[in-house]
Structure formats: C-alpha cells, structure tokens
Design a protein around this ligand. Structure first.
Ligand code: AMP
Length: 283
C-alpha cells in the first residue's frame, strides 16, 4: 500500500497504473475510519484493479460553529485499517495541497438540492463538499468513485454534479453499515457517551417504525407517519430534532403520500453531536 501526501507523487503512481491499463476505484473520506468506510473500500476492490482512499478533513464544508478542529483524526489507525482492507493507495494531503489556487470546473448546487435537509441547517456545507470533491476528482480521475448512502443528500448532489460537469468517475454507492443495535456507524459517534449512544437508537427505531407503517399502507400520508414518530420516539428532552422528512429519493422533493421511492431522512442533535440517518421505507 502506498501512502502519498502530495500531488506529484500521486500523479506518478496514477500514471504508472494508467500505463498498465489498470482500473481504479476511489473512496473519498475524512478519516477516523470505521466499517462503513471499509465497506466502500471492499466495493472498490471488487469493481476495479486498484483502490484509492483519500483522507482529508475538508475545512470548507464545516460552518464557523461546527467541529472542524475537534473532528477526530488518527492517521496511523486509518493506515492499519486500510492495509488490512487491501487498499492500494492512501492520499492524505494537507490543506494547502488541495487548495493550491489551481482552477477547477465550477458548478453551483441547485437550490432544490442544497437548501433543504442538511443544507438548511448547515449553510454552505454542500458548496464545500462540491468544491473538495471536484478538486479530488480532478487530481484522481478514477473509473469509479464510491460514496455511502449514509450521506444520502451528498450522494444525490455528487451524482448530479458529476453528470453536469461530465467528470470521469462513475458514481457508485454502498448501503449504511450499522452497529449491532442499529446505530449507523459514524466518526462522530466517538463524541457520544453511553447514555447518548443509547438515546441515538431513536434514529434506527424510527426507521423501523416507519417501515412497519409503510408495509401496512404503502400509499399512506407521509405527515401522519412523521407526526407519530415525533410524538413518540423523538419526544425526549435529550433529543433536539433538526429535521424529519419523507422525500422522494429520486430528487429529494417532499412527498405527500408514500410511493416506492419514499425515503425517511432524519437529523438530530444529541447533546452537542449532530447525527443523521435515512432509509428507503420499502427496502
Ligand atoms: P466521511 O469520512 O464521514 O466523509 O465519509 C466518507 C464516506 O463514507 C462517505 O461517502 C460516507 O457516506 C460514507 N460513510 C460514512 N459512514 C458510513 C456508514 N455507516 N455506512 C456506509 N457508508 C458510510
């Protein structure tokens, strides 16, 4: 496994692989890796000859009052995990290596995708995501890039952006990996104490409850499901609900009645920690 910190060395390796006609799969991450990230690396290894993982905590996608400086980092641990996962190349640049003043194609996130859900409570977040992913795709024009459904809105935005800018990678996605109790794995789970971790199970429980209701009435009014969940599982002083919505997963628009593309989208604060989760209600 190669560990690279700068563009020049990255280009040398990518060119060697290109000369050998090897295909590549790229998994962008912010590090502090867990089984969710590693499932995407596994998918990359299945899809392509070589897998590449970037580890970069991108400052431009954090708001001024968010956790950029506290975001957990442990490169040595990440290296061990990626070695075990048969990753071929780690790209772990510093901020100046990514934001070096070079020109990249520009694309503005349409309001219909950026001003809703996470975009509403994190203004500018998706502009930062789009910029860093465009920079990374320019440096690493892989055949495939793999993102988790955990960040479902991000996945939709990146698919749309990659199409609009005609960037190289084919975007693939992987399902949400959870702990045995159902909590979606996240680097931010490190912030939770035991009580908060237990409280955080409301996310998965709400998905299960919503699925049960959807199974009984597949065209049910979305609002009645949301009202039920708000009055029961989220009616807890330790939980601050950021959003709870049922959307059409094809375009993120709000759904009045369920259809086969209905996806429950959830964001909560538990203590200081913001957690998100989502699921299609019929899968
Ligand atoms: P992050 O390091 O949080 O930026 O995440 C890097 C990639 O891993 C993103 O595509 C995430 O959607 C994905 N990811 C994060 N957590 C999970 C999870 N629990 N299951 C599957 N993919 C995940």
């Amino acid at each position: 496994m190669e560990i690279i910190e700068n563009r020049k060395d990255l280009l040398t390796i990518l060119n060697t692989w290109k000369d050998l006609n090897l295909t590549t799969a790229f998994v962008p991450t912010m590090g502090y890796l867990h089984e969710g990230h590693l499932s995407l690396v596994k998918k990359g290894n299945e899809q392509a000859d070589k897998s590449i993982v970037s580890i970069f905590v991108n400052p431009t996608q954090f708001g001024p009052n968010e956790d950029f400086s506290q975001y957990p980092r442990d490169l040595n641990r990440d290296i061990t995990l990626l070695n075990e996962a048969n990753c071929d190349l780690i790209f772990a640049p510093d901020v100046d290596e990514i934001y070096d003043g070079s020109q990249i194609p520009h694309w503005s996130v349409p309001d219909s995708l950026s001003l809703r859900l996470c975009g509403r409570s994190r203004p500018g977040h998706f502009d930062g995501v789009v910029e860093v992913v465009t920079r990374l795709f320019t440096l690493i024009p892989a055949d495939f890039a793999i993102f988790g459904e955990k960040d479902y809105q991000q996945l939709c935005i990146i698919k749309t952006m990659t199409n609009a800018l005609k960037l190289k990678p084919k975007i693939l996605s992987g399902p949400i990996i959870r702990n045995p109790e159902g909590l979606a794995l996240s680097s931010r789970n490190k912030y939770l104490n035991d009580l908060e971790k237990n409280t955080a199970l409301c996310l998965f429980q709400s998905i299960q409850e919503a699925k049960k209701m959807a199974a009984i009435d597949p065209t049910m009014n979305a609002q009645s499901i949301l009202e039920y969940l708000k009055g029961t599982l989220f009616n807890n002083p330790l939980i601050k609900l950021d959003y709870l919505e049922i959307i059409d997963e094809r375009n993120l628009s709000l759904l009045e009645n369920l259809n086969p593309f209905a996806r429950l989208m959830i964001a909560v604060y538990i203590g200081q920690t913001r957690l998100i989760d989502n699921a299609n209600l019929f899968e």
